[in-house]
Write a protein that binds this ligand. Structure first.
Ligand SMILES: *Cc1c(COP(=O)(O)O)cnc(C)c1O
Length: 431
């Protein structure tokens, strides 16, 4: 009997039959276990905010919220998504280096918990918008710290960056609270980088961020009602990497948090997590269309590819490393061959796996890329060759829910207009 990949008892061939391929499948139980694996160990004073950037699907956001996650958003649509998913405004923060006037206005009008400002001119704009509305705007300052994170996949602090305000600069802004009377400066945020796989590095970052927040609050005379310590918790994708151990991590973090809360009992503590919460729960399923050989190498040409899963091309590495992959409809067959797994795009870059050990592949097989629940289609060139967004299915409590319809040709074409050579200037454009 062949062994098939299943999600909560639903076989992958059944999912492919019902929803077609390519397809993202999310396992609600895996999401829950992931969230609670950390939540149940982490100091209760530390709140977990879900970074929608990792996977902005409204159902994923709603499910994580039902487990207890709050939301960290970085665009108008992410904000709308979180609110529609049922996250109360007081559990939402908005950050990002280039927020528009419209986005900042929406932050104030919806009454979210904090706008994380990344520059002084942005604070000034929020101040102006708050004055127009006759409200006080809750603002946290994102700091670009002097120290850099070690051993992060992608560092975002400690260097010249578009993110945050340099630590040195901020310590000189002692009149900040007075200068912006309609801004309620209430907290500090620092995000050091992503894909950190060493527990000790996260503990050290957190310690330094809490210390920095205290020093800053003293220097600027700002009330520390919240500190957002970022996160950057990674998951392993490649050979030689290993996952964070939630027990080891929280054994290190909790005393640091306890120490801080003893001194600042009223301060809300926030950790923002994207990849860590969703990556493991997702599988990208592609159907094999053709198999062939070229100059001695085997190719499985699939209906999905890098336009849905750019991350699988290998993050920040020179050497091509593969995500964990398998022939999902024949899990029990030994991987005796090496296959290049490619997609429908007309570019050699559309290679989702290079020399992947797999069993003999046949057309009609379902190839899966595991750990694909974060930075999938939203972080990929989905419009390249006009293939559009794949379908997404959430399996939860044994039931399948289509949570994103596959783009159809009309979806992709409806925003375009065929010009009329006889018409006057088209003045009905949207801004
Ligand atoms: C991208 C990002 C996150 C989420 O990062 P993950 O590595 O997916 O957890 C959180 N905060 C900020 C500021 C980010 O830019």
């Amino acid at each position: 009997m062949t062994v098939e990949f299943q999600v909560q008892g639903v076989r992958v061939s059944e999912l492919a039959r019902r929803y077609g391929t390519p397809l993202f499948v999310y396992d609600g139980t895996a999401l829950r276990d992931r969230f609670h694996g950390l939540r149940d160990r982490l100091h209760p004073a530390m709140e977990i905010f879900y970074s929608l950037k990792a996977n902005p699907n409204i159902s994923i956001c709603a499910l994580l919220h039902s487990f207890g996650a709050r939301a960290e958003v970085s665009s108008l649509v992410e904000l709308t998504t979180a609110l529609r998913a049922g996250v109360p405004p007081q559990q939402v923060i908005f950050l990002g280096p280039g927020k528009s006037r419209q986005e900042l206005a929406a932050c104030l009008d919806t009454g979210i918990y904090a706008v994380v400002c990344e520059s002084i001119p942005e604070v000034a704009l929020v101040d102006e918008l708050a004055r127009e509305r006759g409200v006080k705007a809750p603002v946290a300052l994102r700091v670009n710290p002097r120290f850099a994170v070690k051993r992060s996949g992608l560092a975002m602090g400690g260097r010249p960056r578009q993110f945050g305000i340099d630590e040195e600069e901020l310590f000189g802004q002692t009149d900040l609270v007075k200068r912006f009377p309609d801004v309620d400066l209430m907290g500090v945020q620092v995000y050091m980088g992503t894909r950190i796989l060493h527990e000790a590095v996260i503990v050290e970052n957190t310690t330094r961020i809490l210390d920095l927040a205290e020093r800053l609050s003293d220097a600027l005379n700002l009330e520390l009602r919240m500190v957002d310590v970022g996160g950057g918790l990674g998951v392993s994708y490649f050979d030689g990497e290993s996952d964070l151990d939630a027990q080891v991590l929280t054994d290190g973090l909790n005393p640091v948090i306890e120490d801080f809360t003893a001194r600042h009992p009223g301060t809300r503590l926030i950790m923002e997590l994207g990849r860590y919460l969703t990556a493991e729960a997702g599988t990208y399923v592609m159907g094999v269309r053709y198999t062939k050989t070229s100059m001695g190498e085997r190719f499985a040409v699939a209906d999905g590819g890098t336009h849905h899963h750019m991350a699988a091309v290998g993050i920040g590495s020179f050497v091509k490393r593969n995500f964990p992959m398998a022939v999902l409809n024949r899990l029990d067959e030994p991987a005796t061959e090496e296959w290049n797994v490619t997609g429908p795009l007309c570019t050699p870059g559309d290679t989702i796996g290079k020399k992947v050990p797999l069993p003999p592949v046949r057309p009609g097989d379902l190839i899966g890329v595991h750990r694909s629940g974060a930075y999938g289609p939203t972080a990929s060139p989905g419009l390249f060759l006009s293939h559009g967004y794949p379908a997404e299915v959430l399996v939860h409590e044994g039931r399948c829910h289509l949570v994103r319809e596959r783009d159809r040709p009309d979806d992709l074409l409806k925003r375009q207009r065929l010009y009329d050579p006889t018409a006057q200037d088209n003045t009905t454009h949207e801004r």
